[in-house]
Structure formats: C-alpha cells, structure tokens
Design a binder for this molecule. Sequence first.
Ligand SMILES: NC(=O)c1ccc[n+]([C@@H]2O[C@H](COP(=O)([O-])OP(=O)(O)OC[C@H]3O[C@@H](n4cnc5c(N)ncnc54)[C@H](OP(=O)(O)O)[C@@H]3O)[C@@H](O)[C@H]2O)c1
Length: 229
Amino acid sequence: MSQPVRTALVTGANRGIGLAIARGLAGRGIRVLAAARTLSAAEETAHTLVGDAVGVELHLDDPVAAEARAVEILERHGPVDILVNNAGILAQGHGLDAATTDVVHSLMVNTASPYALIRVFGAAMREAGWGRIVNLSSGWGSFDDGLAGPTAYSVSKAALNAVTLALAGDLGPRVKINAACPGWVRTRMGGEAAPRSPEDGADTPIWLATLADDGPTGGFFRDRSLLPW
Ligand SMILES: NC(=O)c1ccc[n+]([C@@H]2O[C@H](COP(=O)([O-])OP(=O)(O)OC[C@H]3O[C@@H](n4cnc5c(N)ncnc54)[C@H](OP(=O)(O)O)[C@@H]3O)[C@@H](O)[C@H]2O)c1
C-alpha cells in the first residue's frame, strides 16, 4: 500500500533554516505550505520548491491572530500533517539589560504563536490519528546549559521547550511533538561565523518531521540525539 502524501506547514520558510527545512521536506515528496510574513515572500518561496508547494501568509507577532489565521489555512488548504514551528526572533540583552518589550515580543513570536498553531493543527492531527510537530528551539533555551543566551531569547525558547513537553501527553502517541536545536547555523540570525550550513541545521528538524511511528515524542534533540532540558 502506498503512503499518503503528507502536507507540512513550515513557518519562516522564506529564508535560513526554514527554507532548508521546506526544501528538504518538499524533496521527500511532502506537499509544503511555505509560511512567511508576506504573501509575496511565501509564494516566491513556494515557486522554488519541488512538488505542489503553496505559499501562505502568516504573522506570528499576535498569537490570537495567528490562531485565527491557522483556522483559515486549515479550511483553505486542508489538513496539516506536519507542523514545523521554525520562525523565531533573537533579541539582544542579558539579565536586567533585556528590555521588557523584547521579553514580551519574544514570548509572542517564539512561544505563544507556536502554541496557538499547535492548538489548531495539533488538535486536527490528533483527530486524524497521525501528526508530527517540530519546535525549533535552541541550546540557549536549555536549563541544563544555564539558559546562556540573551535573556528574552533564552526564556522564550525554554518556554517553547516547556510547551513541547506539556503538550506531548495530550497529543497522544500518534502525534509526535519534539523540540530541536539546529546548532549554530549561518543565517541572518546566526551570522556568517557560524560553522553549520542551513542544510546542516535542517537535518534534525527534518528527521523529527518525518519520524517513523515508533519514534520519540516529548523530547529535545540536537544532531538526532536526545538533549537534557
Ligand atoms: N541560526 C542559528 O544559529 C540558530 C541556533 C539555534 C536556534 N535557531 C532557531 O532556528 C529557527 C530559524 O532560525 P534562522 O537562523 O533561520 O533565523 P532567520 O534567518 O533570522 O529567519 C527567521 C525567520 O523567522 C521569520 N519571522 C521572524 N519574525 C516573525 C514574525 N513575527 N512572524 C512570522 N515570521 C517571522 C523571518 O521572516 P522575515 O524574513 O519576514 O523576517 C524568517 O523567515 C529560529 O527559531 C531560531 O531561534 C537558530
């Protein structure tokens, strides 16, 4: 029996690691909904992907609006089997130098909007009995590693890790939800000195997005290996 064609929604698909994830998934025969802040960027990205990729506009500054938009996307484009919460922002400032506005904004984009997308798409996956959710996290969001990054970023990624663990039980064993650290990657966020290419950074997220049915859920991974929270 042939496998069903899966649909994956990738946020921040227009550049960086998100683009490499979108390319990798499309190359594996998965239909990609390439999400970006502007429809033109989303459609330009979709045109570069193999298969029936579609561009969708999706802003993540306001989680309530993102949740409503996710419902529209579901109605317009059908079920999303794989959700990759890739888009993110990195605000500077350590400790008390982190601006409160940056902490709030980071929590909206990096944590609450991914949560909102999981609520919509994850609920439909649970209903359908199959799903994969990947949250792009960071070693800087690891308590075990001392939350060592800029504070707004570390706090928001630690909270995204918490979302990953907190929702794993409710989503059930057939919907796998995992967090991934891509390592230090050459993108606008990572900068030119980073040792890894976007394709290197995309490897673990793609692996988690395409896990077999006996794969893990509720974990945190880098280089396909489990990390402590
Ligand atoms: N690069 C690294 O070394 C590294 C390390 C650890 C974790 N990560 C994580 O990996 C993920 C991808 O990082 P990257 O390096 O590829 O970042 P990037 O090059 O800065 O790309 C970020 C993406 O997120 C989108 N985005 C930002 N704010 C948004 C918003 N409010 N609404 C919708 N989309 C928004 C951007 O859209 P625009 O093009 O419109 O700005 C862009 O597509 C992030 O979650 C990041 O935290 C990266």
